[in-house]
Design a protein around this ligand. Structure first.
Ligand code: SAM
Length: 231
């Protein structure tokens, strides 16, 4: 049982405990509410990504990994005829299910670090998940993603952009010690999680090595996103 195993378990516990307050972060509520200008930037940049995502058009089958409370599952509903949503927290799955209330979404409670893909999809999507994959497990995770995409199918990834003010987190191959961050719930309870900010060129390389043809972009301040194809 390694340090990383322990953190990956805490990471699941964190999102289970945070389920009810998770959306405050994305919708800039409560302690995530910044200046009107910053909030506006955030939502403008979200809109840029949503526009790119919707350019995919309509596909049959989507796999969403770490689907969370449904912020992106809702977007995917207008792209895919059927969505398979995987997450390791039953609490966030319950919120996702009750928000969307859609017969087109099938939920699975699965730990992605023991996940064994057995189906191919037209599109595999994950938002704000890649930054929680420890560098040592990144290659095997991306290989599983690749195995889940049918030939000429697509992958779409969204995550937080590396914070330009911090220098410690800007490389995949860094000290194990620097990949862990402490996160607090509204009630002050603390958890340790993995948080890595990938650079566009690193992510581009990783996707290429995995076998995808991909383009990685950033928005002005907050997000990194990648759109790839299995050729
Ligand atoms: N994709 C959603 C979104 O963008 O709103 C949720 C992103 S949230 C930052 C990370 C998600 O990963 C949480 O829903 C959490 O429950 C899930 N998660 C954490 N560890 C996991 C694991 N080992 N396997 C599957 N899901 C996990």
């Amino acid at each position: 049982h390694t340090m990383t195993d322990n953190i990956l378990e805490q990471q699941i516990e964190y999102y289970r405990a945070r389920a009810n307050e998770y959306d405050e972060w994305f919708y800039r509520k409560g302690r995530y509410d910044r200046s009107a200008q910053n909030n506006q930037r955030w939502f403008d940049e979200v809109a840029v990504i949503k526009n790119t995502l919707h350019q995919i058009g309509v596909v049959d089958d989507i796999l969403e990994l770490a689907s969370g409370t449904g912020i992106w599952t809702e977007e995917l509903l207008s792209i895919g005829k059927k969505i398979t949503a995987i997450d390791a927290s039953e609490e966030v799955i319950a919120i996702n299910r009750s928000k969307l209330n859609s017969p087109s979404v099938e939920y699975h409670l699965i730990d992605l670090f023991s996940w064994e893909p057995d189906t191919e999809y037209d599109l595999v999507f994950f938002a704000f998940w890649l930054s929680h994959v420890p560098p040592k497990l990144l290659d095997s995770f991306l290989t599983k993603v690749y195995q889940s995409v049918r030939i000429s199918g697509q992958v779409f990834i969204i995550d937080s952009r590396f914070e330009p003010t911090s220098t410690a987190n800007n490389h995949i191959l860094e000290d194990e010690g620097n990949i862990y961050k402490t996160r607090k719930l509204n009630d002050g309870q603390e958890f340790k999680i993995v948080k890595i900010f990938y650079q566009p060129d690193e992510l581009q390389d990783k996707l290429k090595i995995t076998g995808f043809q991909a383009e990685v972009k950033v928005t002005d301040n907050y997000f990194i996103y990648a759109h790839g194809r299995k050729v």
